[in-house]
Design a protein around this ligand. Structure first.
Ligand SMILES: [Zn+2]
Length: 421
């Protein structure tokens, strides 16, 4: 252990109320930006909403004031760099500025309970009751932040943004602390699945990029699904049904037949844990022309490959059964970041060491979905996902404990410290 750790700066922040306060007020300030993303514009406009652009500009100013070099180019990903300070290497952190649209996400009025007393939290039309949400009771005495009940809160992922910004401000105000180059990336439109469609890879030097986009305190996610989408276009032959004998080759029926050929035991409604699935997400068409779209998910790469083969075989089968033409097009969406995290064991090791030193109990979980990080994993970058402390995300009863956010901040600072050792 070097002298750096002996200076105890990470331990210092635990008692540094000023930073807890800064983290809390920064997060509340960010919740006021109207950054709800718009699925209908995903892939067409970037960012999909003006509020995200406004938040990027505000964050750029804030980063410049902290002494960071800022880049905001055509990728529409805001990048900040805090140059290394006597330590080699580079480490990256990422969060997204947009919020979900499952419930209203704009016009957020954050409600801060300074010292939670353990009773039900009554908001406009919504009550957050510890009887149904026992995790609340872990935070009696801590600050709790909710919305006023009319919107979501936006801890997903403005808490991630606030944690990263507070870590940067801590480092830039404590110049005596040695640290490697720290790169931060704030993405738009993560909730629409297009956040990492464009990314300034050529500016990036880090081979590890932590996303701060998880949920309950202590949860670390190092694995997600391998993901692909299959779309089968079917061409049939239409005719008047009255004289259709021997003529009609029904594309719509062929598409439905593909749907029922998929194993029911591997549907989303029949699987959980490490089991992958086939999910029919749409069937459209007529006698002449039809298409079916199937979402394929598996933690295992061979598992995903076999699902792709099954779908192709189903397309061939309906060609024979219905004398139609069925063509399957497969789009690979993202990969399980687990493989890349195993190739860069230093990424998870730094989390585990930081947690141990900070006295934070962590649990490693798998995500039945993807993250922006998973897209980076395809480029050889390890991207474990770290908790923000948020609960009931994408809902009006969303809440976050200030102590949980602060724990994530300490974990992040500890990771940066670890890289300087
Ligand atoms: Zn998120």
């Amino acid at each position: 252990m070097t002298g750096l750790y002996n200076h105890g700066w990470i331990c210092g922040i635990i008692h540094d109320m000023e930073y807890k306060e800064a983290l809390c007020s920064r997060f509340i300030r960010y919740t006021a930006f109207d950054t709800m993303s718009d699925q209908s514009l995903a892939g067409k406009v970037r960012p999909t909403t003006e509020g995200q652009e406004k938040m990027f500009l505000a964050l750029s100013d804030e980063m410049r004031k902290l002494g960071l070099e800022v880049y905001y180019g055509e990728e529409k990903v805001l990048m900040g760099v805090l140059e290394g300070n006597g330590a080699e290497g580079s480490v990256a952190f990422m969060a997204h500025v947009d919020t979900a649209s499952d419930v209203p996400g704009n016009g957020v009025k954050a409600n801060l309970i300074r010292s939670y007393d353990g009773s039900p939290i009554v908001l406009d039309g919504v009550t957050i009751d510890p009887a149904e949400d026992p995790d609340l009771l872990k935070y009696v005495g801590s600050g709790i932040i909710t919305s006023d009940g009319n919107t979501l809160l936006g801890s997903d992922d403005k808490a991630g943004v606030a944690i990263i910004m507070t870590a940067l401000s801590y480092l830039s105000e404590h110049k005596e602390i040695r640290h490697p180059r720290v790169e931060v990336f704030f993405t738009p439109d993560e909730e629409t699945g297009t956040g990492a469609d464009r990314f300034p890879y050529e500016r990036m030097r880090s081979s590890v990029c932590y996303t701060i986009d998880g949920e309950a305190e202590g949860e670390i996610e190092a694995e997600c699904f391998n993901a692909a989408s299959a779309r089968i276009e079917i061409e049939g032959t239409a005719s008047h049904p009255g004289s259709g004998r021997g003529r009609i080759c029904n594309a719509a029926v062929a598409a439905s037949h593909i749907a029922v050929m998929l194993p029911a035991s591997q549907s989303p409604e029949a699987t959980d844990g490490r089991y992958g699935y086939y999910a029919v997400s749409s069937i459209e068409g007529s006698m002449e022309k039809a298409s079916i779209t199937i979402t394929l998910r598996d933690f295992d790469e061979d598992g995903l490959r076999s699902k792709i083969e099954t779908v192709k075989a189903a397309a061939r089968a309906v060609e024979l059964l219905y004398s139609v033409k069925a063509e399957a097009a497969i789009t690979m969406q993202y990969r399980n970041m687990g493989a890349m995290n195993s190739e860069h064991p230093e990424a998870m090791d730094a989390i585990r060491r930081s947690a141990e030193r900070n006295g934070i109990a962590i649990t490693e979980k798998i995500i039945r979905g993807g993250t922006d990080g998973a897209r980076l994993a395809e480029k050889g970058i390890a991207c474990p996902n770290i908790y923000t402390g948020g609960h009931n995300i994408h809902s009006r009863s969303e809440w976050i404990a200030v102590d949980a956010m602060e724990s994530s901040l300490r974990l992040v600072l500890g990771i940066i410290e670890d890289m300087a050792l």
